[in-house]
Structures are given as structure tokens and as C-alpha cells.
Ligand binder design. Structure first.
Ligand code: CTP
Length: 410
């Protein structure tokens, strides 16, 4: 095998893809493809156990680079030190319980653990294992330690595991791990300023049922809320995402709670916000709901359709502010306005009492269902931050910059 540490043709960021020995190793092939096809130079470092699941030939062919697990190959190039030193990102997917334990212990008995010890770039772990192993106090302690050391450890997804069982422990979708890699690479050496912080984000739009098949809803796609979740994870936060009727893929690493109505949103937010450092209400919550929900579908043949009577829903944001469980909790609201945008925004900030209000102009082709967004972020302290049109991820970073500044120092 040749000793090139990086492929001569690759010019993009240098990524080390560590793969440990779990059945989800096959999904790392898809992650590898996404990385190489977008111009990254990827060196795959599987553990010996990973090679029981996917062979070296597959990794070598897909990456165009040599593949070794031990520290005894190409010794003259000192790969056990150089790979980590020269990488822009190390991502381990899947990370097994055993790999997490070895990383915490600082072992260096194979190429992947040696690389983890020498890496000075951002490091991302995407654990995958059975629920019992994930929940075991030993694994949870290892995850805490890694996070304290500045490693981004994604929360595993919930779903089907190997065999018939299902639960938390699934590897997130490769596309979403890829998105997390891109965000971490963009941040580069910037500190993980949300490390150890729990943030709760609502996303999407509530639906208020009229009958079993119809509802009153709105056009929120959930993209801005999901971008807030992805970017918070890339800054080290533990993220709970309360998601109302969103058709997007789950962001890798967030704990997702799905809700339908404003009432369900209120219950989920109140519970999740109790111990949160920051809360962001990005969801479009219906202000009203039909007073009556028909048990059966309202038929066209009904002679005179009944007018729909509406009753008011709770204002979740106002309630969160009024019952703030921690005085230092930062609460962020969004304002969707079609006219007199700033004046309405200022009035809304005063009425809602939150710390920051992200004021959006909305309309047919503005803000809703688009990849871009522009906003003015108003602070209760009088600050005004203009964020010109940019990606929703970039706007999300601007929100987190302001939140991070306001969080109490530790
Ligand atoms: N919000 C909420 N509960 C509601 C309505 C809104 O928590 N029942 C939150 C939204 O999540 C957002 C903020 O309040 O963070 C402002 O929402 P917006 O729709 O702009 O304002 P409304 O309060 O609904 O007022 P209006 O529709 O009159 O502009």
C-alpha cells in the first residue's frame, strides 16, 4: 500500500473519517461519498472491528486514499501523529461504546485512537449502539467527559436498531451528519461557546384540527428552527427541538419532540424549558383554534355548513417569560410581520417581554419556505442588530452570537 497521507488531487478541507465496529459502519460509506463529492479530502481510519463490517477495499475505493487501522503501516511517515496534526476535522461515525471509552481513557493502541490524541482540529462523534449501552452510566459519563473536553458528541437518533428492537441509539442520517461536519468546518477553530448549555428550540407551525382530516395551519416550513438546532449543535450545545409538523430530515444530534397543536407545543415547551439555558420560539403558533373539533369528517352534503367559531390559544412565549424558572435564562422570540415591520417588532418585544426578538418581514415569497432569511434582531437592552439577507444557518449563528454574549459566565 502506498504511503500518501493525503490524496495529491484533493485540495479541499482535510477530513479524517474514523469508523468503529458497529453495524452502522455501512452508513459511513454514504457519509464518505457526500464528503468526497463536495471536494473534501477524506482519509478513512477504520478500527480493526470496523473492518469486520465493511472491508478496506470499499473505504480505499470510495476515498481514493490508503486505508490502515494499525500504527505499523507506513511508519516512516509517522501517520499516528501526522494524520491528527494535519486534519481540519475528525469525524467518528459510527462511534461505538467501546470507542468512546477508549477515547476517554486516552488510549493510543490503534491508528484511530492515536489520531484522536494528536488532533487539534474540531472533533465530532456520532455514536450508534443499543439503547441499553447508550443509557449505561459508564457511556453517559464518557460522553460528558468528551463534551467537557470540547468534542461535539451528537445525540443518537431514535428508531429501528439492529434486530427487531428500536429505541435511542441509531446513527443519524448520513446527510445530517454531513451537514454537521460542514458547519463544524465553517466554524474552524472558533471556540464551542454553547458547550455545556441546554437550548430548547421550537420549530414549524402548529395545526388546529377542525375535524379528523382538516386543520387551520400556517406556511412555516420549520427551516429556520432546524437551522437554529444544527448551528447550536455545531457550537457545542445540547439541543431539544420541539417540532410542529415539519417535513424536513431530523438534524443530527438533537433530541426531537414532535407536537401537533398549540396546546401540545405549550406542554412540551414548558417541560423542556424548565432547565434550559436558552429558549428560542421560532415556531409559528396558531393564535386561535376552532372552538369545536368534530369527531367525524364534516360532510359536503351538510345542508348549511356551520360557521367556524374560534377561541384563543395560549401565548407560549409570554407564558415562558412569565414563568421563567431561572432568572438567567435567555428567551428569544420571533416576529413575523407583513408591514410596519420595525414599529410592530418593537411593540411586540415590549408586549412579550423576551430578551431578544428576531423580526422578520414575511409574505408570499419572503421568509416562509425559503432557504434564505433577513431580519433585525431587537434586544430588551435596546440593541439593534441588522442581519441582511443570508442563509437561515447564517442568521441562526447571528442569533446564537447574541445569546452567547448574554449567557452568564461560568
Ligand atoms: N407565539 C407563541 N404563542 C402564540 C403565538 C405566538 O408563543 N400563541 C410566539 C411565536 O413563536 C413567536 C412570537 O410569539 O416567537 C411572535 O409570534 P407572531 O406570530 O409574530 O406574533 P403574535 O403574537 O401571534 O401576534 P400577531 O399575530 O398579532 O402579530
Amino acid at each position: 500500500m502506498t504511503g500518501d497521507l493525503v490524496s495529491p488531487s484533493a485540495t479541499g478541507p482535510r477530513v479524517i473519517l474514523g469508523v468503529s465496529g458497529g453495524i452502522a459502519a455501512y452508513k459511513a460509506c454514504e457519509l464518505l461519498r457526500l464528503l468526497t463529492e463536495s471536494g473534501h479530502s477524506v482519509r478513512v481510519v477504520p478500527t480493526a472491528a470496523a473492518l469486520e463490517f465493511v472491508g478496506a477495499a470499499t473505504w480505499a475505493a470510495l476515498s481514493g486514499q490508503p486505508v490502515t487501522s494499525d500504527v505499523w503501516t507506513d511508519v516512516e511517515q509517522v501517520p499516528h501523529v501526522r494524520l491528527g496534526q494535519t486534519a481540519d476535522l475528525v469525524v467518528v461515525a459510527p462511534a461505538t461504546a467501546d470507542l468512546l471509552a477508549r477515547a476517554v481513557a486516552g488510549r493510543a493502541d490503534d491508528l484511530l485512537t492515536a489520531t484522536l490524541l494528536t488532533a487539534r482540529c474540531p472533533v465530532l462523534f456520532a455514536p450508534a449502539m443499543h439503547t441499553e449501552m447508550w443509557e449505561h452510566p459508564a457511556t453517559q459519563a464518557n460522553v460528558r467527559t468528551l463534551r467537557e473536553r470540547g468534542v461535539v458528541v451528537l445525540e443518537p437518533a431514535v428508531g429501528r436498531l439492529t434486530g427487531a428492537d428500536s429505541g435511542r441509539g441509531r446513527l443519524p442520517d448520513p446527510e445530517e451528519i454531513y451537514a454537521a461536519c460542514v458547519l463544524l468546518l465553517e466554524r474552524g477553530q472558533q471556540p464551542l461557546d454553547l458547550l455545556g448549555r441546554h437550548v430548547v428550540i421550537s420549530a414549524g407551525g402548529t395545526r388546529e384540527p377542525l375535524d379528523p382530516v382538516r386543520f387551520l395551519g400556517n406556511r412555516s416550513s420549520g427551516r429556520q428552527g432546524y437551522a437554529l438546532a444544527q448551528t447550536a449543535i455545531s457550537r457545542g450545545a445540547e439541543v431539544t427541538l420541539i417540532s410542529a409538523n415539519v417535513g424536513l430530515r431530523d438534524p443530527a444530534g438533537a433530541k426531537i419532540i414532535r407536537v401537533g397543536t398549540a396546546e401540545e407545543m405549550r406542554t412540551a415547551m414548558t417541560e423542556a424549558a424548565a432547565d434550559a439555558d436558552a429558549v428560542v420560539m421560532a415556531a409559528a403558533v396558531a393564535d386561535f383554534r376552532p372552538a369545536v373539533r368534530a369527531d367525524r369528517k364534516i360532510k359536503k352534503s351538510a345542508a348549511d355548513p356551520e360557521p367556524v367559531t374560534l377561541v384563543r390559544n395560549p401565548d407560549v412565549l409570554v407564558e415562558l417569560v412569565a414563568h421563567r424558572r431561572r432568572p438567567d435564562q435567555i428567551i428569544v422570540g420571533f416576529a413575523a410581520e407583513t408591514d410596519d415591520v420595525l414599529a410592530n417588532g418593537r411593540a411586540k418585544l415590549a408586549a412579550k417581554g423576551c430578551d431578544l426578538l428576531v423580526v422578520n418581514e414575511v409574505g408570499e415569497r419572503r421568509a416562509f419556505e425559503t432557504p434564505d432569511n433577513a431580519a433585525t434582531i431587537l434586544g430588551r437592552d435596546g440593541s439593534v442588530t441588522d442581519v441582511p439577507l443570508r442563509t437561515k444557518e447564517s442568521l441562526a449563528h447571528a442569533v446564537w452570537d447574541l445569546v452567547a454574549e448574554r449567557l452568564p459566565r461560568r
